[in-house]
Design a protein around this ligand. Structure first.
Ligand SMILES: [Fe+2]
Length: 227
């Protein structure tokens, strides 16, 4: 793993980053299983590397094909052989789907980035698998959080993921095959330099519109001029 401190002088280990900010990085070729925390709203389990995965009735699995140039969605009960990355989402069971990933993106995003909905959410708020392209010399959003987990597979190119807050901001290099699991509310963003970055983020349940901003804490708070 390549990790660099941005402003702080200590470089945390992957485990520390997970504890403090809720992110885990896996280098290409890694083999690991990551599970949602008991405090999470939705349950998911991520299988990094080569795994034979049992998908229970009522659950489904999003995973990459053997060539890492196709994506599959299988509802349980099923048994899948995953070579790169698979994520099982509990209590969600859409139709089986398969798509190749040979064409580019189709929807504009921010800061010159663009996306394609490989598997769009069946209903607003459902999980979705996206294809995200970041051209060279850009940032994917400003520093931000998501209310649900993101499981990201780097398909091509290079970039960095910046994680943390204040003096404890760290960057991690992203290269083909890198897997990044961002837990809910992990502060982060991606950046590119000379090379663009093509990655496949899975939203473990998604959000659209203003529903997430329409709540008493935010709508009932009114900024004042301290003067
Ligand atoms: Fe993000």
């Amino acid at each position: 793993m390549t990790m660099a401190a941005r402003d702080g002088d200590t470089i945390p280990r992957n485990r520390d980053l997970a504890e403090v900010f809720g992110v885990r990085f896996f280098a290409p070729g890694s083999n690991a299983v990551v599970e949602a925390r008991p405090t999470n709203l939705y349950h998911y389990r991520v299988f990094v590397g080569v795994h034979d995965v049992a998908v229970e009735n009522g659950d489904c699995a999003y995973y990459l094909g053997d060539d890492a140039r196709s994506a599959l969605l299988r509802r349980g009960p099923a048994r899948i052989a995953s070579r790169h990355l698979a994520t099982v989402i509990r209590g969600y069971m859409p139709e089986d789907k398969t798509t190749t990933i040979h064409q580019g993106t189709t929807l504009p995003y921010v800061n010159g980035c663009s996306t394609k909905q490989l598997f769009p959410p069946d209903r607003p708020g459902d999980p979705t698998l996206q294809l995200l392209y970041m051209p060279p010399h850009t940032t994917e959003q400003l520093h931000h959080i998501h209310s649900t987990a993101r499981v990201v597979y780097v398909m091509a190119g290079r970039g960095i993921s910046v994680v943390g807050l204040g003096s404890q901001r760290f960057s991690h290099e992203l290269s083909p095959g890198t897997v990044c699991v961002l837990e809910p509310m992990c502060p982060h963003h991606f950046e590119t330099a000379a090379e663009g970055l093509l990655c496949i983020p899975l939203h473990v349940f998604s959000s659209t519109g203003r529903q997430e901003l329409d709540h008493p804490m935010l709508q009932g708070t009114h900024l004042i001029d301290p003067q």
